[in-house]
Design a protein around this ligand. Sequence first.
Ligand SMILES: Cc1cc2nc3c(=O)[nH]c(=O)nc-3n(C[C@H](O)[C@H](O)[C@H](O)COP(=O)(O)OP(=O)(O)OC[C@H]3O[C@@H](n4cnc5c(N)ncnc54)[C@H](O)[C@@H]3O)c2cc1C
Length: 479
Amino acid sequence: MRPADSRGVAAAILAATSRGYAILPRGGGLSYTAGYTPPTGNAITLDLGGLNRILTIAADDLYVTAQAGVTWKQLHEALAPLALRLPFFGTFSGAGATIGGGLSHGALFFGSARYGSAAENALGLEVALADGTLLRTGLGALARPAKPVLRTFGPDLTGLLTHDGGAFGVKTEATLRVIPTPAHTDYLSFVFADLPAAAAALSAIAREDLAEDIYILDAASVAAATRVSPADMARSLRSVLRAAGGPLQAARALASFVRGGTRPVPDEGWTVHVVAAGRSARAVADDIAIARRLVAKLGGTEIAPIVPRVARADLFAGLNGVLDRDGRRWAALNAKVAHSDARTVIDGFDRLLAPHAGAMARHGVTVTRLCSALGSLAFSFECVFHWPDAWLPLHREAPDPAWLAGLTEPPANPAARELVAALRAATVAFFRDIGAASNQIGRTYPYVDALAPATATLLRQLKTQLDPKGLMNPGVLGL
Ligand SMILES: Cc1cc2nc3c(=O)[nH]c(=O)nc-3n(C[C@H](O)[C@H](O)[C@H](O)COP(=O)(O)OP(=O)(O)OC[C@H]3O[C@@H](n4cnc5c(N)ncnc54)[C@H](O)[C@@H]3O)c2cc1C
C-alpha cells in the first residue's frame, strides 16, 4: 500500500488490521536490521514514499513540518535557499532515506557530533496507530494546537515514539527544529598509526564540542572510497569549489586538493576527519586551532582534509554506496558507549574476530570500521562486514544504472553469508554484554530482553495499549 497523506495511512492501517493483517512500515528501505522484514506471511508493507510533501517551513519560528516519506536530501535542499538547515541534517543514505525511517531508527551522521541523532531534534510527531487513530505529540497534541516550538509540555511523548522501529505506530508527519545555516565551515584530517590512538583524538575533540562531524575511517574504507577515476576526482573538486562559499575559501579548498593529490590519505593508518562550523570565521578558526593542539598532543599527523570536504560538498550524491565498489555486499553493526569505554569495544571486537581470520580469508569476508562522535558524550563504533554474494533487489534498484553496469554480480555464496550471519550474531551478543546501545535496532539487536524488568514491563504494556492485537510491525524491538 502506498498512501499519500495521514488520513490515507490511517485508513490503510485500519483496513489491514481489522482483517488481521500486520503492518510493516517502510521508508526508503535502506536499513539492514530486518526492520521492515515480514515476520509472518500475513503482513502488508506500507510504503511511506508517497508521503513526500514538506508542509510548513516556519523561518521565523525555526521549525519545519514534513510528511514522513520526505528524504533528508529533499529537506536539506528546501531549507538551503532560506539559509536554514536541520541541526542533524541527514545520513549518508539521505538521497533515499526518509525522516520517518530516521526518527524510527536513530539515524545519525551529518551534524551528529554537535546535535545528536534525528530523534533529538524532533519537536513533535503525528503517528497513525494500529486502530487508525491519528495521535499527535509536542504542542500539536494540545486540544487547541499551538505553534510546535516546544517538545515537552508534560511527559515527552515524542521521545516515547522515536527509535521505536514503528512498533507503536506509523509516523505520518514530523516537526523538526531548524537552525540558521552556519556561515563558516572548515575541515581537518589527521592520520594515526592505530585505532585506539585515533579514537582518543575523536573523543578529545568531541568532549570539547569543537565540531559538527568527527569520524574515523580505516585505510581500507578510504582506499575504496578514493580509488576514483580522474573524472570522479574532477567532479568532486567542482562540488568542493561550489560549496566553498567564497573565492578565499575556494582557493584554500583548491590548495588542499593539490596537497592531497589523487591519494588524499596514506595507504596505512587510521584517519580522523573533522568538520567545524560556526557563525564567524574567527570562532571556527579557534575551534580548529584547539582541535589541532589536542591531536598534536596525541601524536596525530595532519593530512589534507579532502575526505571531509568532499563528504560535505557531495552531500546526498546518490545510493551507489549500497554496494561496495568491487560489487560485494555489506552490512553494518554499531555500538554506542561512553568515551572512556571506547577501548573496550575496539579491543573486544578485535578479540572476537581473531579466531575467525582463516575462515574469513577463505570466504572473502572482510571487515572495516567506522567510528564517530554522537553528541559530546557518546562514542559510536560501527563494524561493516563485506562479502561476495548475489545481490538483493535493493542492490539493483538503488544505484545509478550506469555505475551498476560497471560491476559484476558475484555468484550466490551461502557459505560466506552464513559466516557473516554467525559473526554478526556474536558481535550483537558482545555489544549486549558490554552494555552498549545501538541505533537501527530493528529485529537484529535484542532490546526489550536487554532491559531491566520494570522498564520492559512498562514497554510491553504500552505496546498492548497502542497495538492490542500485536499487528504493528510485530517483532521489531523484540515486542
Ligand atoms: C549507503 C548507506 C549509507 C547509510 N548511511 C547511514 C548513516 O550515515 N547514518 C545512519 O544512521 N544510517 C545510515 N544507513 C542506514 C539507513 O539508511 C538508516 O537507518 C536510515 O535512517 C533508514 O531510513 P529509511 O527511510 O530507509 O528507513 P527504512 O529502512 O525504510 O526503515 C527503518 C525502520 O523504521 C521503520 N519505519 C520506516 N518509516 C517509518 C515510519 N514512517 N513510521 C514508523 N516506522 C517507520 C521501518 O519499519 C524500519 O523498522 C546507511 C545505509 C546505506 C545503505
